[in-house]
Structure formats: structure tokens, C-alpha cells
Design a protein around this ligand. Structure first.
Ligand code: FES
Length: 272
């Protein structure tokens, strides 16, 4: 029947206290486009990065090292380069050294506030879009395991800031050629530079970073330096989603660039 009391007492949009609207949603735009693009983009990246991380080859071509393999924490690549090699794991680590370091940027992006929104919508339809109800009747948010672990985001921020510093160091080293010394510049140095800028833009625009810098202050007037830094981060934070995609693409492109050089597909065009 159509009488309110005759409806089954269910949760969510079908709860008795909600307006009884027969349509699944009232949106007339292509609301599914954004989640569909998220799924396509993330699947492409997951496919590419999985192949590269497990390949354990073609990640170094002087003076460039792939960001997927830096810093190198295993013995098996310690002699390959002059960049950051902290042989913390010794020779017992037999798998690809990329797996040791990728857990940090992976965890950072997996727990990122923006990516959470994007992949909850794209992969889980929870909800698929604004004003489009999710298929599940129950919603526990991030209050229970495993999603409770999303709260670890700020610790991944600290680790990823270190990784970003290492990638910056790699970018500096890209300007030094073994035979010509400092001042080397090729197309690769520009690719590395662009990636380092985008990685920092993504890292510093993080919501946790914004809170670490300006959160829990009672009076901004008593903390002028933090207030100013908080203002900068807030402005970056506004573009966080854009930086998330731009840096995801750039880090894959840098790796692809090193792969093409190391596998002999082409030579780095040099300007100096
Ligand atoms: Fe996206 Fe922290 S990296 S919110």
C-alpha cells in the first residue's frame, strides 16, 4: 500500500522518516562519469605500477633512477647508483626492492581523503555520487575495522614527505652526469623536475598536513608563522584532487621514461 505505516521499516533512503520518492535518484546529469573515470584511471595505474614494481629491472639509467625504486633499501641494487641507497634490508631480501618502498606512497594515497572519496564512489558505490543513494542499507562509515585504519593517514603523510625528499634529491642528482659532472641537462631532468614539483604539491596540500600545521591552535594571532603557513597550505589544499591525479600520472611517466632509457628504446635528448 501507499500508506506510510504500510511501508517496510528499512534504513537509509527507505527509512520511514524520509520522503517516499519512487525514483532511484533525481539527477539528470551524467553523474556516473566521474566515478567511471576514477575506476578507469586507477585501474590503469594499478596495472602499470604492479607490472613495474614486480619487474625488478630497467629502473636505472645514469643519472636517472625510477621513483618506484628510490630510495633503494635492499642490497641487490646498492651498487647500481650513487643516490640514496640505505641497505637496511641486506641481501636476504630477494624480491623486487620497489616493494619495500612503494608501501608508503601506496598507503598515503590509499588513505588520502580525496582518494577515499573517489574510490568509495568508483569501486564501492558508497555512495556512487551526491544525491544518488548507495545500494547498501547499512552504513558504518570508518568507525570499524578495516576502514578504521584510514586514521593512520597522518603517519603515511610523514613517511611520504620523507619519500618526497628522496625524490627531490634524485632530481638534483639527475643534473650530474658521470662523465660531464654537474650541469647535465636532458629531457629527463625536466621530467624529473616536473614530477618533484607535483609530488610536493600533492604532499603539502594534504588535509593532514594542513591540520598538522594549523590545527589545534586556540589563537592564530599567537602563532603568526604557523598561521601564514596554514594559509599557504589551505590554498594548495583547494587543488588537492588535481594534484592527486597530476602527480599520479607524472610519477608513472617518470618511471616509464627511465624504463624506456634503461631498456634501450631511445636516448635521453640532451640540452647541455
Ligand atoms: Fe590526500 Fe592527505 S594526501 S588528504
Amino acid at each position: 500500500g501507499t500508506e506510510p505505516h504500510a511501508q517496510p521499516r528499512t534504513r537509509g533512503v527507505n527509512a520511514p522518516t524520509r520522503a517516499a520518492i519512487p525514483d532511484r535518484h533525481l539527477r539528470t546529469d551524467r553523474w556516473w562519469l566521474a566515478p567511471a573515470c576514477t575506476v578507469a584511471g586507477l585501474l590503469a595505474f594499478i596495472g602499470y605500477s604492479t607490472w613495474r614494481a614486480f619487474s625488478d629491472a630497467d629502473y636505472y639509467h645514469a643519472p636517472y633512477v625510477s621513483p618506484f625504486y628510490s630510495p633503494c633499501l635492499a642490497d641487490r641494487c646498492a651498487t647500481m647508483r650513487s643516490g640514496p641507497n640505505w641497505d637496511l634490508f641486506g641481501s636476504w631480501w630477494g624480491l623486487s626492492p620497489a616493494l619495500l618502498i612503494l608501501v608508503f606512497p601506496l598507503g598515503f594515497r590509499l588513505t588520502c581523503y580525496y582518494y577515499r572519496k573517489a574510490y568509495y564512489r568508483g569501486f564501492w558505490s558508497s555512495p556512487p555520487a551526491c544525491a544518488v543513494a548507495e545500494p547498501r542499507a547499512r552504513y558504518t562509515g570508518e568507525t570499524r575495522l578495516p576502514l578504521l585504519l584510514q586514521n593512520a593517514h597522518r603517519y603515511f603523510f610523514y613517511a611520504s614527505a620523507l619519500v618526497a625528499a628522496v625524490l627531490t634529491y634524485d632530481t638534483v642528482l639527475a643534473f650530474r652526469d658521470e662523465s660531464y659532472g654537474w650541469g647535465h641537462m636532458g629531457l629527463g631532468t625536466l621530467v624529473f623536475l616536473a614530477n618533484a614539483v607535483l609530488i610536493w604539491a600533492y604532499t603539502l596540500s594534504c588535509h593532514s598536513c594542513r591540520h598538522i600545521i594549523g590545527g589545534r591552535l586556540k589563537h592564530f594571532s599567537k602563532h603568526p608563522v604557523r598561521y601564514r603557513m596554514w594559509g599557504w597550505v589551505s590554498r594548495l589544499n583547494h587543488h588537492h584532487a588535481k594534484f592527486a591525479w597530476a602527480s599520479l600520472i607524472s610519477v608513472a611517466l617518470v618511471d616509464l621514461y627511465v624504463y624506456l632509457l634503461a631498456s634501450g628504446a631511445f636516448d635521453d635528448p640532451r640540452f647541455f
